[in-house]
Design a protein around this ligand. Structure first.
Ligand code: PAF
Length: 281
């Protein structure tokens, strides 16, 4: 596996593959890789000739008071994991390489899909994601790009961005990887104390119970209220609990496929998760 830290170096590494019309697969990450990221790389490995993974903790998608400074940076360990799983090129640029020392003048707002849910809680977050993903797509020029469904709203924002701006890349969403006890894998799980780590799988537990209750015919609003109560009783501070349809439109009853969304804090750690619930008449 090659590691490149400059845009020029990456282009030089990719040019032969481009000239040979090889299919380039791309997995953008912020590092501190876990099995969830590795499943994206494996998927890319299956579909593409050349696999590029980026590791870049993107300052412009963090709000004031968020965890940009403390975000875990574990490049050496990540690099070993990537080599094992068959990544061809690791792109790990500095902030300077990506943004120079100029202020970032161009902004991208993807519109409705980026409002509500995490977009309401984290002002400007998805604009920052849209800018960095656009830059990375232009730098790597992949045929396929892979994103986890844990960040479901992010995936929808990127799909919309790609459609609206006619970007020549196919976006692939990969199912959530979970620990054995159901906790969705996330780099932020590392912030949890032992006791919090024991409690954290309650999020998935309450989502699965909610799914059962919906299938038993309980009203959606009651089910959402039960999730809130269960999580609050377990010690979470809930940011939001919502049901949307798979396109992220609001719904007020269970008469179509739904996605249940949770964002909640446990101590200082903000966790998100979602569950797709199938409707059958
Ligand atoms: O999901 C992430 O890790 C980041 O938001 C992404 C897509 C790499 C952009 O910085």
């Amino acid at each position: 596996m090659k590691t490149e830290t400059t845009i020029q170096g990456l282009s030089a590494s990719l040019n032969p593959a481009r000239a040979a019309r090889k299919i380039i697969g791309f997995v953008p990450t912020m590092g501190n890789l876990h099995e969830g990221h590795l499943s994206l790389v494996r998927e890319a490995r299956k579909l593409c000739d050349v696999v590029v993974v980026s590791i870049f903790v993107n300052p412009i998608q963090f709000g004031p008071g968020e965890d940009f400074d403390n975000y875990p940076r574990t490049l050496e360990q990540d690099s070993h994991l990537l080599a094992e799983v068959g990544c061809d090129i690791l792109f790990a640029p500095s902030v300077e390489q990506m943004y120079g020392n100029r202020p970032n003048l161009t902004s991208i707002s993807v519109g409705e899909v980026s409002s509500g849910l995490c977009g309401a809680q984290r002002q400007g977050h998805f604009d920052g994601v849209a800018v960095v993903v656009t830059k990375l797509f232009n730098i790597v020029q992949p045929g396929f790009a892979f994103f986890g469904q844990k960040d479901y709203q992010q995936l929808m924002v990127i799909r919309q961005l790609v459609r609206d701006l006619n970007m020549p890349v196919e976006v692939i969403g990969v199912p959530i990887s979970r620990a054995e006890d159901g906790l969705a894998l996330s780099s932020r799980n590392g912030y949890l104390s032992d006791a919090e780590r024991q409690t954290a799988p309650e999020i998935y537990g309450t989502l699965k119970t909610a799914e059962e209750h919906l299938h038993q015919g309980q009203a959606l609003q009651d089910v959402l209220a039960q999730i809130r109560t269960s999580l609050t009783d377990a010690g979470f501070v809930v940011d939001y609990i919502e049901a949307r349809n798979p396109k992220l439109q609001m719904v007020d009853r269970f008469d179509q496929d739904l996605v249940l969304f949770v964002a909640a804090k446990l101590g200082k750690t903000r966790l998100i998760d979602n569950l797709q619930v199938k409707y059958s008449a």
